[in-house]
Design a protein around this ligand. Structure first.
Ligand code: HEC
Length: 228
């Protein structure tokens, strides 16, 4: 290899390394903020029982403005419409039966939900300048530190936000609501186990197939007079 080749290899190798470093490890263009969560509150956030209580809290504290469609949680004003139950029966699919209330938790496609909720959503938009977002996947995009601090003190985390501070001084209940939002965005324990088993089986299959193909190739080569 000539000196020139060595320089080229080092240059493009370095560029490739830098590319993946920025993508996977540290991106200097993204604003990094660490949000602290007291360890006691972190325990609550990771407790599945707290998530069940968090769901009830969400219903009373947040569902006047926010939906969690992936968990069949809709704006209070929409869910209480007399025709809403019929819409659920016609267009919804069953997510699960609620353990506590024994009620059916139903998923509605976004277009159907927004059609029936349009007036309520526009009312919220005219009051707050923005439709309060659906929170189904908010845990995934924001993480628990941000959510805990934002819900507790919206103005401190996002100055100028139109989200009102509804949980001031209620650290524990805020943690329970974050536990709820976490439980919605994460698959259940049973589902996680199923996925792990599937992953092991798929990789095992590839390894077994690779081994069989290797034996078969050897045999073919031997038949053709290569090897022995
Ligand atoms: C009176 C209406 C109202 C209530 C009640 C309310 N919110 Fe909000 N929320 C908003 C609005 C409006 C926004 C959009 C704010 C923005 O983008 O500046 C928002 C935004 C959010 C966001 C997104 C923040 C982001 O970074 O984009 C989260 C998370 C959130 N709310 C959680 C909650 C939770 C949890 C509760 C209940 C404890 C709650 N909200 C109660 C109106 C409300």
């Amino acid at each position: 290899m000539s000196a020139w080749d060595t320089i080229k290899t080092a240059f493009f190798g370095g560029l490739t390394f830098l590319f993946f470093f920025v993508i996977w490890i540290y991106n200097p263009f993204v604003h990094h903020t660490e949000y602290e969560v007291p360890s006691q509150m972190e325990e609550i956030i990771n407790d599945p029982k707290a998530a069940v209580e968090g769901r009830e809290l969400f219903k009373t504290m947040c569902a006047s403005c926010h939906s969690v469609r992936y968990d069949g949680m809709y704006l209070m004003s929409v869910a209480s419409k007399p025709e809403f139950k019929k819409i659920l029966d016609s267009f919804g699919t069953l997510i699960r039966i609620d353990e506590k209330t024994k009620e059916k938790v139903m998923f509605l496609p976004r277009d159907v939900y927004e059609a029936i909720a349009m007036n309520d959503l526009l009312m919220l938009k005219s009051s707050f300048g923005k439709i309060p977002p659906d929170l189904s996947t908010m845990y995934l995009s924001r993480g628990e530190g941000y959510l805990y601090n934002f819900i507790l003190k919206p103005q401190e985390v996002l100055p100028g936000t139109s989200m009102p501070a509804v949980m001031t001084g209620q650290e524990e209940n805020t943690a329970k609501i974050v536990a709820y939002l976490k439980s919605v965005s994460e698959p259940s324990k049973g589902e996680k186990v199923k996925r792990t088993i599937m992953g092991i089986l798929v990789i095992g299959y590839f390894i077994a197939m690779g081994f069989l193909l290797w034996i078969w190739r050897k045999k073919l080569l031997a038949n053709m007079g290569y090897g022995h």
